[in-house]
Write a new protein. Sequence first.
Length: 115
Amino acid sequence: QVQLVESGGGLVQAGDSLRLSCVASGRTFFSSDMGWYRQAPGKEREFVAAVQGNSGIAFYADSVKGRFTISRDNAKNTIDLQMNSLTPEDTAIYYCNFPNSLEPWGQGTQVTVSS
């Protein structure tokens, strides 16, 4: 059974930074692409960033490019999301998943950015 556990969210002010982490279990990790998604209140879940399994190449949504950095540690089955220069528009619940074949979503981690 695949399990995705996100952590690291919190309440911060605009301009601050946060680092999110996701631990994946129950599925081959090292060769799998992994991604971060977010869902703001009243909006649909959207793609934030992804990192390829074999190459480590990263992809970002335009809204976070230059501010967020995704990374992975295959030895620990984890991916991180370093978020800098946060704005209130980044307020959302953040989730991780396998972009090419989505698994059941975890609980996510809440990020709230005050102005």
